[in-house]
Write a new protein. Structure first.
Lengths: 193, 354
């Protein structure tokens, strides 16, 4: 039978070094797992946000084309910038006053830099089609084929895919797991993202 | 003997009030849960378990409500996107229908009219609608193709596909392409009804397209119809109407001159409503060798049975081309029809417009 006095004495003794080391080791292992998982989760969330930004930008350009009655062209500039100009226009740089697509754009912001948006803290990689995206006043896509944009964060195994379907212009978001490198595996657009 | 005198030494008395245990014969006093050092007594195991259970129940309830809200927001967004997609798709198809010259929904007739236009290889059961451009030079075919199970690129149950020409400016020129208009298509059913066959002018038709989009595998579906009264076909869209009318002879309809000999619209028979010269479009259905005298003030449309290849067309003689002023249509079994001021010759597989 343990007396009260001996119990108090044991409590006052504190923890041994081995006990402390084991505790710290367990906490360390647990923390590393959680932090690692959090980092990947954060990368995925960042990619998703960037993809949503791009999707919203395309949709805004489409509305701009419909509002201005002009064919609007979306150009991609590496690493992650997009800009919109009127497709058939004499406007040049610095003369956006002639560009109805840019003027019709809400707030006059006729460009999108994903690196300054939701993905500012991460190294975002964008792979865009060779051709510019052409959106007509009818809200349709003038490109002959579906245009697909791939977004990923360095170190992440997941890519987001934005597909603009020609000719109706539906914009779809999907994803694919590629093991960190851009591959030609088809994106999954079926599951809800 | 010296004695040390002084105040009597006080022996330390036990502090009974601080003794945790009562002395023998004394009743133990109940102490305050807050001890002398101000430390809490703590919770019993039972109290902790009850607290954990209550807390868990509260968390579960809140979590359930939160998840339900998230799911509701997702479904709402999905439905909104579905309606938006439906509107855009309907607008696109409707614009093509409005600009087309003929609309066919009968698979057999589409097979006739499409001919080599069906380079996309759609099965006849998949073809739902065919449009002939207003210059009779291009055919657009809409088809509904099932999505294979396990396909990660396209939602089921069907793809709505379009086979036809379409350049970057929206014109029907260039190469024929096979494009997916939309996935997740539950139904695409063009309904063509002849409403005014017996009217004085022409066979105006009501074309309605029933379109349902879904978000499979979830069960959200958005359905609607477009077209309706917005579409009135040109008079020379009888190809589909012939099939729709079944045994009805088009020559019984008002506004169409049928028969042989000399066919010419006049004002004398306006009271009877037959072949009245006031008709906006003059329509002829020769039954054999005849002479058709058209009008320069009206659009004259002449229908022929059979395909274009069943006839040879020439002008005054076989060495002269067929023109609007004078065109001779010769069929070995049909006879010879001489037409002046004709505007549109309609055959089973296509039109010839001057």
């Amino acid at each position: 039978m343990v007396s009260v006095a001996s119990a108090r004495k044991r409590l006052k003794r504190g923890f041994s070094l081995v006990e402390l080391m084991i505790t710290v080791a367990i906490i360390g292992v647990f923390s590393s797992v959680v932090v690692g998982s959090m980092a990947e989760t954060r990368r995925r969330a960042t990619t998703r946000l960037a993809a949503q930004d791009l999707l919203g930008f395309f949709d805004a350009v489409r509305r701009s084309a419909m509002a201005s009655g002009r064919e609007c062209r979306v150009s991609f500039t590496a690493p992650s910038s997009f800009s919109v100009v009127e497709h058939h226009t004499s406007a040049t740089a610095g003369q956006l006053g002639l560009d109805r697509c840019a003027r019709a754009f809400s707030g006059g912001a006729a460009s999108l830099n994903l690196a300054q948006g939701s993905a500012s803290a991460a190294s975002l990689q964008v792979v865009a089609p060779t051709d510019d995206l052409l959106l007509t006043p009818l809200g349709t896509v003038a490109n002959g084929d579906t245009q697909i944009y791939y977004l990923s964060i360095e170190g992440s195994s997941l890519e987001r895919c934005i597909a603009v379907l020609a000719p109706v212009g539906f914009i779809r978001m999907g994803q694919r797991t590629s093991g960190g490198a851009m591959t030609t595996a088809p994106c999954n657009y079926v599951a809800g993202y | 003997m010296n004695t040390i005198s002084g105040p009597p030494t006080q022996q330390p008395q036990p502090n009974l009030s601080r003794t945790p245990w009562p002395l023998v014969g004394q009743k133990r006093q109940r102490t305050n849960p807050i001890g002398p050092q101000g430390r809490a007594r703590g919770f019993s195991l039972m109290e902790l378990m009850v607290a954990v259970v209550v807390g868990g129940a509260v968390l579960f309830s809140v979590g359930t409500v939160l998840i339900a809200q998230i799911e509701l927001a997702r479904v709402t967004e999905s439905s909104q996107r579905l309606r938006d997609n439906w509107s855009r798709l309907a607008q696109f198809i409707e614009s093509e229908i409005i600009l087309s010259e003929r609309i066919l929904s009968d698979p057999t007739l589409i097979g006739v009219i499409a001919g080599s236009g069906n380079v996309c290889g759609y099965a006849s059961s998949e073809i739902k609608l065919a449009l002939v451009s207003n210059d009779s030079a291009s055919v657009i075919i809409y088809a509904l193709q099932p999505v294979a199970s396990g396909d990660v690129q396209w939602r089921g149950p069907n793809l709505l596909k379009r086979c036809g020409k379409l350049d970057s400016s929206g014109a029907l020129v260039g190469a024929i392409s096979d494009q997916v208009l939309a996935d997740g298509v539950v139904a695409f059913t063009p309904l063509i009804t002849v409403e005014t066959l017996n009217s004085l002018s022409s066979a105006g038709r009501n074309v309605t397209v029933e379109l349902s989009l879904g978000t499979a595998p979830s069960a959200t579906t958005y359905s609607g119809r477009f077209g309706g009264q917005a579409r009135v076909n040109p008079a020379y869209n009888f190809l589909n109407d012939r099939a729709n009318q079944g045994s009805v002879n088009l020559c019984d309809a008002a506004g169409i001159l049928c028969g042989s000999g000399t066919l010419q619209f006049s004002t004398s028979n306006c009271s009877t409503g037959s072949a009245c010269d006031l008709a906006f479009i003059h329509q002829y259905h020769p039954s054999g060798s005849s002479t058709i005298l058209g009008s320069s003030l009206h659009e004259d449309v002449i229908y022929f049975p059979g395909n274009r290849s069943d006839y040879s067309l020439y002008g005054v003689s076989s060495s002269f081309p067929c023109t609007r002023q004078l065109c001779t249509v010769y069929g070995s079994t049909f006879g010879t029809v001489t037409i002046s001021q004709g505007d549109v010759l309609v055959f089973q597989d296509g039109d010839l417009r001057f």
